[in-house]
Design a protein around this ligand. Structure first.
Ligand code: NAI
Ligand code: MG
Length: 501
C-alpha cells in the first residue's frame, strides 16, 4: 500500500514508530517534548515488556495545549460548517489508509487481539469521522414566531476548547466519539490519552494533523491527578467529555462544577442479558459470546456481565456457551489466529483475579473456567485470564453488582418475567441491556421496563455512528455517537432577536 506522502513515519514498523513518538505531546500541530522532560513507561500487556516511554504533561504543557486550541478556535469556529465537516471526513479517509498500522499499534499497547478487536475497532473509528463529517449543515437553529416586525431565532454556537479524557479499552473509538462531533461543531480539542494506551491516540492525531489546521486537535499524555485534573480545571476549557470509571467520573464532575463547565460522562456498566425460553439457543449463545465481549477480555462498559437465563434452558445454555468459549484461542494478540488477548495492566489483572476468588469462595457457587492459558514461554509474563462463567451466584452478590471489567460473567436462572426484569434493574448501573425473545408481549414490556440507555432485542451490536449511546443512573450523563449528541453536548443555543419596528 502507498501512503500519503505528507504523513511522516509511514514506512516504519510499529516499534520504530513508537520510538518516534516517545516523550512527545502533540501541540499546535507539532510533536514536542514536555517541558519537564518526564516520561512514564508503557507496556505490552502480552509480554510485560516496556515498549516505549510516553511524555508526562504537567500543568505548563497542559496550558500550552489549551492555549493552542484556544487560539486556533478563533478561526476554526468561523470556517463554514460544511468545510469543517469535509476536513473531518477527509481525516476518516486518511485514517482508513493507516488502519492496519493503527490496529497493530493498538494491539501492541493494549494487548487486544488484532483480528477480533483492533482491526474491528479501526473500522468504527474511521466511520465515526465520516458520519460526523457529513453533519456540518445539521448545526441548525430555530425561528420563533414572536411578532411580525421582529425576527426571533436561535443559532448553534460552539462551546470553545473541549477537554477530552479517555480510557484505554477502546482508545481509537473513544477519541473519535469525542473529537469528531466537537470539531464539526466548531470547537477545538485537547485529548488526554489513558496512561496505558497513549501512543495509538498520538499517532492517529498526528495523521489527522496533516489535514487539520495546527492547534485544532492537540494530544497530551500523563496520569489522571496531574495531567487530567490540570485539563479539567483549566480556565479556558469550556467543556469536558470523559469515558472511564464511575469514581473518576465523579471527581471530574466535582472539579468541573467549580467553574460550571458542562460535562459528558460515559461511565461503567453491569449490563444484563435476559434470555427467554422461546429463543433459538444457538443464536443466543453466539449473542452471549459477543455481548460479553469475551474477545476483548470483557473490558467493555456494555459487557453482558449478568446473564439471566430461563431455568428450563439453563443447563443447555451453559453447556453450549462453555463449548464455544473453550473453542476460543487465548494467545499472542498479534497472531491472526488468536481470539482473546491479554488484559491491560497488572492492576486490572489483580482486580479481575480478586473477583474470581471472591466468587469461588462463595458457598454454592461454581466457577467454570474456559479455554486455556497460552503456554508459549514468550508470553509467560503476559496478563492473560481464562474466561469464567459463574453459576450459583445471586444477583445481589458483589460479583454481580460491581464492574469487574474482565472476562467474568454470572449466569442466573429465572422463572418469572417480572421478577427477572426487577433483578436486571437492581443495579447501580444503567448503560445497556439486551433481551432475547420472540414473544412480542415480553419484548415490548421489557424494552419499556429495563432501566438502561440502550436496549436491544435479539442482538447486541456495539457503538454505531448514528445511534445515541450513553447511560442512566451511575452509568453517566449524556449521549454520544449521534447527531443529537453533537448538538446537545458540543454546542449552545444563542437566542437572537432583530427588532425592525
Ligand atoms: P479511570 O477512570 O481512572 O481512567 C480513565 C481516564 O481518566 C484516564 O485517562 C485517566 O488518566 C483519567 N483520570 C483519572 N483520574 C483523573 C482525574 N482525577 N481527573 C481527570 N482525569 C483522570 O479508569 P482506570 O483506572 O483505567 O480503570 C478503573 C476501572 O474503571 C476499570 O476497572 C473499569 O471498571 C472502569 N473503566 C470503565 C471504562 C468504560 O468504558 N466505561 C473504561 C475504563 C475503565
Ligand atoms: Mg484510575
Amino acid at each position: 500500500m502507498s501512503f500519503s506522502p505528507s504523513v511522516p513515519g509511514s514506512s516504519l514498523t510499529p516499534l520504530a514508530l513508537l520510538k518516534r513518538l516517545e516523550n512527545k505531546l502533540l501541540i499546535n500541530g507539532k510533536l514536542v517534548s514536555p517541558k519537564s522532560n518526564k516520561t512514564f513507561p508503557v507496556h505490552n500487556p502480552a509480554t510485560m515488556e516496556v515498549i516505549g516511554q510516553a511524555a508526562e504533561a504537567h500543568a505548563e504543557d497542559v496550558n500550552d495545549a489549551v492555549e493552542a486550541a484556544r487560539t486556533s478556535q478563533k478561526k476554526w469556529r468561523h470556517m463554514d460548517a460544511a468545510k469543517r465537516g469535509h476536513l473531518v471526513s477527509q481525516c476518516g479517509d486518511l485514517l482508513e489508509e493507516y488502519a492496519d498500522e493503527l490496529a497493530r499499534l493498538m494491539t501492541l499497547e493494549t494487548g487486544k487481539a488484532l483480528r477480533t478487536e483492533s482491526q474491528v475497532e479501526t473500522k468504527v473509528f474511521t466511520n465515526t469521522f465520516r458520519f460526523y463529517g457529513g453533519l456540518g449543515l445539521e448545526l441548525k437553529g430555530e425561528t420563533i414566531p414572536f411578532s411580525d416586525s421582529m425576527l426571533a431565532l436561535t443559532i448553534r454556537e460552539p462551546l470553545g476548547v473541549v477537554g477530552a479524557i479517555i480510557a484505554w479499552n477502546v482508545p481509537l473509538l473513544l477519541m473519535s466519539l469525542k473529537i469528531a462531533p466537537a470539531l464539526v461543531a466548531g470547537n477545538t480539542v485537547v485529548v488526554k490519552s489513558a496512561e496505558e494506551a497513549p501512543f495509538v491516540v498520538l499517532r492517529a492525531a498526528e495523521i489527522m494533523n496533516t489535514i487539520l489546521p495546527p492547534g485544532v486537535l492537540n494530544v497530551i499524555s500523563g496520569d489522571g491527578p496531574t495531567t487530567g485534573e490540570a485539563l479539567v480545571r483549566h480556565p479556558y476549557v469550556a467543556k469536558v467529555t470523559f469515558t472511564g470509571s464511575v469514581e473518576t467520573g465523579k471527581t471530574i464532575y466535582k472539579n468541573s462544577s467549580e467553574k460550571l463547565t458542562p460535562v459528558t460522562l460515559e461511565l461503567g456498566g453491569k449490563s444484563p442479558m435476559i434470555v427467554c425460553e422461546d429463543v433459538d439457543l444457538e443464536k443466543v449463545v453466539e449473542g452471549a459470546l459477543s455481548s460479553m465481549r469475551f474477545t476483548r477480555q470483557g473490558q467493555s462498559c456494555t459487557a453482558a456481565s449478568r446473564i439471566f437465563v430461563h431455568e428450563s434452558i439453563f443447563d443447555d445454555f451453559l453447556a453450549r456457551l462453555k463449548e464455544k468459549l473453550n473453542a476460543l484461542k487465548i494467545g499472542d494478540p498479534m497472531n491472526l489466529e488468536t481470539d482473546i488477548g491479554a488484559v491491560i495492566s497488572p492492576t486490572q489483572h489483580e482486580k479481575i483475579l480478586k473477583y474470581i476468588e471472591m466468587g469461588k469462595n462463595t458457598q454454592g457457587a461454581t466457577a467454570h473456567e474456559c479455554s486455556e492459558l497460552p503456554t508459549d514461554p514468550k508470553l509467560s509474563k503476559g496478563l492473560f485470564v481464562q474466561p469464567v462463567l459463574f453459576t450459583g451466584l445471586s444477583n445481589s452478590h458483589q460479583v454481580c453488582q460491581e464492574e469487574i471489567f474482565g472476562p467474568v460473567t454470572a449466569l442466573i436462572p429465572w422463572k418469572d418475567f417480572d421478577d427477572v426484569i426487577n433483578q436486571a434493574n437492581d443495579s447501580p448501573y444503567g448503560l445497556a441491556a439486551t433481551l432475547w425473545t420472540n414473544n412480542l408481549n415480553r419484548a415490548l414490556r421489557g424494552v419499556h421496563q429495563l432501566e438502561a440507555g440502550f436496549v436491544q432485542v435479539n442482538q447486541n451490536i456495539v457503538v454505531q455512528p448514528g445511534l445515541s449511546y450513553g447511560g442512566v443512573k451511575s452509568s453517566g450523563i449524556g449521549k454520544e455517537a449521534s447527531l443529537e449528541a453533537m448538538l446537545e453536548h458540543f454546542t449552545h443555543k444563542k437566542t437572537i432577536i432583530f427588532n425592525m419596528e
